[in-house]
Design a binder for this molecule. Sequence first.
Ligand code: ZN
Length: 280
Amino acid sequence: MRRTVRYLAPFACFLILTVGARGFSADTLDGRAGPAPEGAMKTIVIDPGHGGEDTGAIGPRGVKEKDITLAVARELERELTNKTQARILLTRTFDTYLSLEDRSEFANSVSADIFISIHVNAAPRKGASGVETFFLSFEASDDEAREVAAFENNVVRLDGTMDGAPMDDLKAILWDLTQTEAHHESSKLAETIQQSLSGVTNGDNRGIKQAPFIVLFGATMPAVLVEIGFISNPAEEKRLANGKTQKTIARAISDGVVEFEKLLIKRVGLVEVEGPREKN
Ligand SMILES: [Zn+2]
């Protein structure tokens, strides 16, 4: 949704300090015996979309996207804490504004192994329903994907510039980004999450899509944006606001993450890296 373009670096620092102060350590978090398998994730960052004055989409009954994304993120945090040995960090843990850039920068700063941004869709057509998972690309995979990205980005001007950056520069940056191992892994992460999530939704399986989401631009690790349903659809709005549904969605996303981790451990279907993966 549209919001004022602002960069609140001090706020971001405060948030990072707040999250960091939780004192998680990958060695002590899980409390289970034995070391994590080789290739297992050490840090997962969950990004509840929007927050503060940036409400995100608002449903016909007044449910706000920012509240749904935070509730599902908290559930996802619980699920992943139980199912993985990674430390689980959120970009925001309360109702506060955070720029799109700050979110991926936070993931980079804690050397996250994956970044999952949670959002809720909206469409002019009331009947639109279901879930879709995005990963980054310069070209949107279809018109609807382009509209979702424009909706979520809100700082990308449709005349082809972003924050004054020339189009050619953006193209070059995105080309570089999409040539990385992390980008290849993003598609796999999108696949495992979408497969799991589509199994629990009452709406359509809208599939895996690609689009130029700003929140994914700066992430140096596999990164996806999950649209968990349509707040513009009255039936889905009601469902999404329900705690039980939020838990079901979170569980499905976490199952997808666990499947992805299995691929990381086995390196099945993933590009081999040159040298060891950088870890914190
Ligand atoms: Zn959103």
